[in-house]
Design a protein around this ligand. Structure first.
Ligand code: SAH
Length: 516
């Protein structure tokens, strides 16, 4: 009996601060808990990018809560939901924007939990006030400017009697004021501060969507900021920072000054490959629009590869022309209970450095790497070695360019091409991409292979070449190498950026150069 009892899982609710927006600003503890969550209840201000940490089988519940917009769930419903899941024995993460205990109603949620005896833990987060200040280049305290800071809500109408905020004391009581939820009431707030003795010339910054690629900052004084915000049409979520420290932004604004800040760049790669390019671009401030044009899948049957693996010792060369080729080849090899020892006969060639690096991770050092990292380059380097009468295996995509096998065959080699994976273009995001292009919201499109070009064009689905030209009129095009570039020009478009060596870091560098 007691055994049964102890095996029953006890639920727990973790109230986790998601940080201000940049998904990198969650705590280590917060990420750890997301990775183990069975239920995640998240709201509007918590970055959706954090959800990638959550196990696939976990339940995701959007709790909404956007000022002015109808709430998806009432606070009572959310509280009840947390209690119910925990009582079912689930590990629940309640993910809240910024810090749960700073204007996040985290206190109320935890009070309810405590009242019902449900176990809970609270993980603090980077609150948007400090993030907004930091990412706008404003130190909220500074020895030469202020030694005190106050966080307040601007949600309450300051003129309403019985306000919880003592504006008369706060107006001059703290050197820096950071006001949450104050955009709607901004005109009344600034009037009130001045009426209570704050110098009308006090600098003020308003920061919207702080720490995200959409961040926008405007600066004025207590006298001018309300008009500036109205004219710039700044909407929530935004923070108001009042105090002399705002002047320091002129010197130390770093986030919005990064070379690619505000640039909307379409990244068209396979889902797994997209990360390296995106990381490089985002590091420089770009807003990456990820259109994973290709999905990689296993081929329907591995019969062909299996046969080749049986007679692998008969080959003089195995050529790996892509990362996926390596991955799927070795997964099958190991899957069959074999290992790298069965490859000790043939020479191994890789098309480029990344492919060679991946091979090494699988325990195989490439014997041959071309000087130019393309299929043609590889063919040329092999021809230099002499391929006549040689048996060559190329494990690769189901559909790929024929130039490499044809060149080798032309020189008298016996070439076997074995499909180990396939490229599939997904439907989903077509409409969205087209809309972004129509609205002129795309600054650049990046292509890292000919198939990304073809799939991109498939997604754009232009009526004809003049329609395509119109859509791409102001869009900069970056292509990783000459083959990809040729596919772009063959389709009537112009390539603006092409790195000298065909690697992702070089491509990122060229893109940065283009904008600086
Ligand atoms: N618990 C949250 C605050 C929630 S109240 C925290 O600690 O940050 C909601 C208000 O927070 C918004 O109206 C806005 O004033 C502010 N806010 C939250 N995220 C923001 C962001 N990324 N940029 C600017 N303001 C933000």
């Amino acid at each position: 009996m007691s055994e049964q009892k102890s095996s029953r899982k006890i639920g727990k609710v973790y109230l986790v601060g998601a940080g201000p927006g940049d998904p990198g600003l969650i705590t280590v503890r917060g990420k750890y808990l997301l990775e183990r969550a069975e239920v995640v209840v998240y709201d509007y201000l918590a970055s959706p990018k954090l959800l990638k940490h959550v196990p696939e089988e976990a339940e995701l519940i959007y709790a909404g809560k956007k000022g002015g917009v109808k709430h998806t769930h009432t606070q009572e419903e959310i509280n009840q939901m947390l209690v119910d899941w925990a009582k079912e024995g689930k590990t629940v993460v309640r993910l809240k924007g910024g810090d749960p205990f700073i204007f996040g109603r985290g206190g109320e949620e935890v009070e309810v939990l405590a009242g019902t005896g449900v176990d809970f833990e609270v993980v603090p987060g980077v609150t948007s006030a400090t993030a907004a200040a930091t990412y706008a280049g404003i130190p909220i305290t500074h020895r030469e400017h202020t030694a005190s800071v106050a966080f307040l809500t601007g949600h309450e109408d300051p003129t309403k009697p019985g306000s919880n905020i003592d504006w008369a004391k706060l107006a001059t009581g703290a050197g820096t004021l950071v006001i949450y939820m104050g955009i709607k009431n901004l005109p009344i707030i600034v009037k009130n501060l001045v009426a209570n003795g704050r110098d009308p010339k006090t600098p003020v910054a308003v920061v919207r969507w702080a720490s995200t690629p959409e961040q926008r900052t405007v600066v004025g004084t207590l006298e001018t900021i309300a008009d500036i915000v109205r004219e710039a049409a700044i909407k929530p979520p935004a923070l108001i920072i009042v105090g002399d420290v705002v002047t320091l932004r002129d010197k130390i604004d770093w986030f919005e000054k990064r070379p690619l800040f505000g640039k909307r760049i379409v990244v068209t790669r396979t889902r797994e490959q997209a990360s390296e390019l995106m990381a490089g671009l985002e590091e420089n401030g770009a807003n990456c629009l990820e259109y994973s044009t290709i999905k990689i899948e296993a081929v329907d049957s591995y019969e062909e590869l299996d046969e080749e693996l049986e007679r692998i010792q008969e080959y003089h060369w195995i050529l790996f022309t892509s990362l996926h080729g390596v991955r799927y080849f070795f997964d099958r090899l190991y899957g069959k209970g074999l290992d790298t020892r069965s490859l000790n006969g043939p020479g191994i060639a890789a098309v480029g450095k990344a492919t060679a690096d991946l091979l090494l991770k699988y325990g195989v050092r490439a014997d041959l790497l071309p000087t130019v990292f393309t299929g043609e380059g590889l063919a040329e380097t092999l021809l230099d070695q002499g391929v006549e009468g040689r048996n060559i295996l190329i494990p690769r995509a189901e559909k790929a360019r024929e130039i490499l096998p044809e060149t080798l065959r032309g020189a008298g080699a016996q070439v076997t091409v074995t499909p180990v994976y396939k490229n599939v273009a997904p439907e989903g995001k077509r409409v969205q991409l087209r809309d972004e292009l129509e609205a002129g919201k795309v600054d650049m499109v990046t292509f890292t292979s000919s198939s990304t070009v073809r799939n991109f064009l498939g997604m754009v689905d232009a009526k004809d070449s003049s329609d395509l030209k119109r859509l791409m009129h102001n869009v900069v095009i970056a292509a990783i190498g000459p083959i990809t570039a040729k596919t772009v020009t063959d389709n009537g478009l112009k390539v603006d950026i092409q790195p000298e060596s065909y690697t992702i870091p070089d491509m990122v560098q060229e893109i940065v150069k283009h904008y600086t």
